[in-house]
Design a protein around this ligand. Structure first.
Ligand code: ACM
Ligand code: ZN
Length: 760
């Protein structure tokens, strides 16, 4: 027995000492997955004695500085940069024009002597360096000294080049503005994943964000809006700041493509200079999402002169060859009734307003060609005939891209279903409010930018892809990052790695190391949330809660009200309850990083008895007060209420965001049979009987997360709806109206409560 105790004690000691000394891992976790990689046994360790052999190239010396800054911060030493290669202990870059790889390719050998990158271009060499960074421990991304890390790389031979030349991210800074430092942070991360294009969406209906010296009002009147809540919102980049960002990007081999939207999405500019419109205004910068009807006038020469001047100044700031002119979603309403536009159509022999749009774009194309720039536009630029030299960015599916490529135009494939990073990446019932859509990490990862319909010859026109970051619902910098990551990294691999070398399972495994890197950069990336049960789960006999996640991750939970940590009970099967309970549940990544906590109240209820009433007929009673009410509490200020009956509960045309108001709507809802019912609504408050079932007060009232359940008897139940016809976070409540939906627990589909089930 004594001997056994000693053996156990020895075993424990061994385990402890193993745990203390961090094992070297030979696992490669490079993202994007290189297109040719072989691993050998062994490691090469970098120390302050390691030589950093860099050719006499300004760009590569700058890149070496970036690497050295990481060593300095995280490892506490810098490498000696020189052009002389020692016999051993080096990280060496060799520029060799005869190297077989294309403009962005590189080879990398890591062995006992050191690490050698060979490339024919500086860009290729830079990507070799990015792979070196990813072979080293992820802690190298730390901004502060990391002790007890050995800076080693596994021995490898890598032969790598990207599948596509356009590996990008689009960034809308108009709906919401981000500071210069935020953009630099994203550029750092983009470079790490070998992305090479930032498409910077700078002008919009909701704000003009780039200084134009000839038109100073653009960044005064044009850059500021009054939000529905009443406060000012604005921001813009000075030309100096733009230069700073472009230079910062260039150091990381990222090209910046500006987007100056025309002829639509122009209300920022028109607010500042209303004479550029068809009607002459006046206008206000749009404070709600969606597409504005007022656009640049296609008949007035002043509009073209203005755009030529703007392009003059913008081209001077952006040296890259591509220039994006938008071109999407241009309503033709104003052009149809504008004498100048109609005169232009007659004079130019244009058959309709689509041809007028094409005329507009082709004039701008000429301006850009004179500046030696290639015009890029969203796929609507196909309307009425495509400009000869245009590159098409396909966003309304793949059709536009296919048509343009068939016509011999280069295309960038950005179809909504895969690359729109403003989409939900999990259930809308648990995720922060988004514009809509549903695109998981796996779906983004699975995108193939070459449509099956294209012949191999035409497929050569596919330049690549990018993640589109439209920022309507990205109210903070943290939310930008939450939507962007990790999907943008999946798209970085889509852009780089040949289909045959891709695997989602492998990508997810490799992301473990990348999450550590993102942590070091302070990136607020998305972690899948436990989905399924809503926040209040009523039951009469027994409740069974089944949770899922959008990709396999561990879930942990508590039942004692405490915040779950990584060691809490692991969720492995549905949880069953016969009494009241509070479930707190969250996800945990392999790195230990945890998601937000979800709290679910599990409530045993008796069926709420139906009301014993004789109602008068189909409809609801409504009390209406005029004015802006942002929060439910503001209703105290309402002193004049107009009372009415809304027959058949038909609210069509009763609310407009242009005429803010508040309504208190009451009546009865007919429940078809006994049971537990789930309710969903974006109204401010929804009561059943005396119970406040759903409270969206103060939230952006779109895709509410506050679904709730209640046990109800068959029959009529008193309801109350508090509906504030306001604008919060750019969403006008009037667009959906006071809609309530419900379903019996377990049913697939919701029913919209309407005339037949409401009475008063
Ligand atoms: C777009 O998403 N309107 C290009
Ligand atoms: Zn006009």
């Amino acid at each position: 027995m004594f001997r056994n105790v000693i053996l156990v004690a020895m075993a424990i000691l061994t385990m402890v000492s193993c745990a203390a000394k961090k094992e070297k891992s030979s696992e490669l976790s490079i993202v994007p997955q290189p297109n040719g990689v072989e691993q050998q046994n062994g490691f090469f360790t970098v120390s302050e004695k390691t030589a950093f052999v860099v050719p006499e190239s300004k760009k590569l010396r700058e890149a070496a500085e970036l690497i050295n800054m990481r060593f300095k911060n995280a490892a506490g030493f810098e490498l000696n940069v020189s052009a002389e290669k020692p016999a051993k202990n080096f990280i060496a870059i060799e520029l060799n024009e005869a190297a077989a790889k294309g403009d962005e390719g590189y080879s990398l050998t890591v062995n006992n002597q050191g690490a050698t990158i060979v490339a024919s271009t500086e860009r290729g060499a830079f990507y070799g360096l990015m792979t070196v960074l990813q072979l080293l421990p992820a802690e190298l991304e730390s901004n502060t000294l990391v002790n007890d890390v050995e800076w080693y790389m596994p021995h490898v031979t890598i032969d790598d080049e990207p599948r596509f030349v356009w590996r990008g991210m689009h960034l809308d800074v108009c709906r919401h503005f981000v500071p210069v430092e935020f953009i630099k942070k994203q550029l750092d991360v983009m470079a790490l994943f070998k992305m090479n294009t930032l498409h910077w969406h700078l002008t919009e209906d909701q704000g003009w964000r780039i200084e134009i010296k000839k038109y100073p009002k653009l960044t005064v009147e044009g850059a500021t809006r009054i939000e529905g809540e009443g406060h000012e919102y604005g921001g813009f980049y000075t030309q100096e700041e733009v230069k700073e960002i472009v230079a910062y990007a260039q150091k990381r081999f990222i090209n910046v493509v500006p987007e100056i939207e025309l002829p639509g999405h122009a209300l920022g500019a028109l607010t500042a200079y209303p004479h550029l419109s068809c009607t002459g205004g006046p206008f206000e910068v749009r404070n709600i999402w969606g597409v504005e009807a007022d656009v640049y006038c296609a008949g007035k020469e002043e509009a073209f002169e203005f755009l030529e001047d703007v392009i003059d100044e913008v081209v001077a700031l952006f040296p890259y060859k591509y220039f994006h002119i938008g071109g999407d979603e241009c309503p033709k309403d104003r052009w149809k009734t504008c004498p100048d536009c109609q005169r232009r159509m007659r004079k130019e022999g244009l058959a309709d307003e689509h041809e007028l749009q094409s005329y507009f774009i082709k004039r701008i194309e000429k301006v850009l060609l004179a500046h030696d720039r290639i015009m890029v536009g969203w796929d609507e630029i196909l309307e009425g005939g495509l400009a000869g030299s245009a590159v098409v960015m396909s966003w309304r599916g793949e059709e536009g891209g296919i048509t343009a490529a068939e016509q011999g135009h280069d295309v960038v494939m950005t179809p909504g279903n895969w690359v729109y990073l403003d989409h939900y990446q999990g259930s809308s019932k648990v995720e922060p409010v988004a514009i809509g859509g549903h695109t998981t990490l796996e779906e983004s990862y699975g995108y193939d930018p070459v449509p099956a319909a294209l012949s191999p010859e035409k497929a050569k026109h596919v330049l690549g892809t990018q993640g589109n970051v439209w920022s309507e619902y990205m109210y903070t910098s943290d939310l930008f990052e939450y939507f962007i990551y990790p999907r943008i990294i999946a798209l970085a691999e889509v852009g780089w790695t040949q289909t045959a070398n891709k695997s989602f399972d492998s990508f997810v495994k490799r992301m473990d190391k990348q999450f550590v890197r993102l942590d070091e950069h302070g990136i607020n990336y998305h972690i899948p949330l436990p989905e399924g049960p809503v926040n209040v789960m009523a039951f009469t006999d027994k409740a069974t809660l089944e949770f899922t996640t959008t990709r396999p991750v561990k879930m942990v939970y508590t039942l004692d009200g405490s915040v779950p940590n990584a060691d809490s009970n692991e969720y492995t099967q549905p949880l069953t309850f016969t009494e009241n309970a509070t479930v707190k549940i969250r996800s945990v990544l392999n790195t230990g990083r945890m998601s937000d906590v979800r709290t679910i109240q599990v409530e045993k209820q008796d069926l709420l008895p139906a009301a014993e009433v004789q109602t008068k007929g189909s409809g609801l009673k409504m009390k209406l007060a005029q004015g802006t009410f942002v929060r439910v509490d503001d209703l105290k200020k309402a002193d004049k209420w107009a009372e009415s009956v809304v027959k058949n509960a038909d609210f069509k045309g009763m609310f407009s965001y242009k005429k803010p108001s508040a309504a208190i709507i009451t009546g009865y809802l007919e429940i078809p049979e006994d049971g537990v019912y789930e309710f969903a609504t974006d109204v401010d408050q929804f009561f059943i009987g005396d119970k406040l079932l759903i409270n969206n007060d103060g939230e952006v009232k779109r895709h509410s997360r506050n679904n709730s359940t209640i046990a109800l008897s068959k029959g009529k139940h008193a309801i109350k709806i508090v509906f504030l016809n306001n604008i919060i976070g750019g969403w006008p409540q009037s667009w959906n109206g006071p809609v309530v939906r419900f379903k019996k627990q377990g049913d697939e589909k919701f029913t919209t409560a309407n005339g037949e089930v409401y009475s008063y």
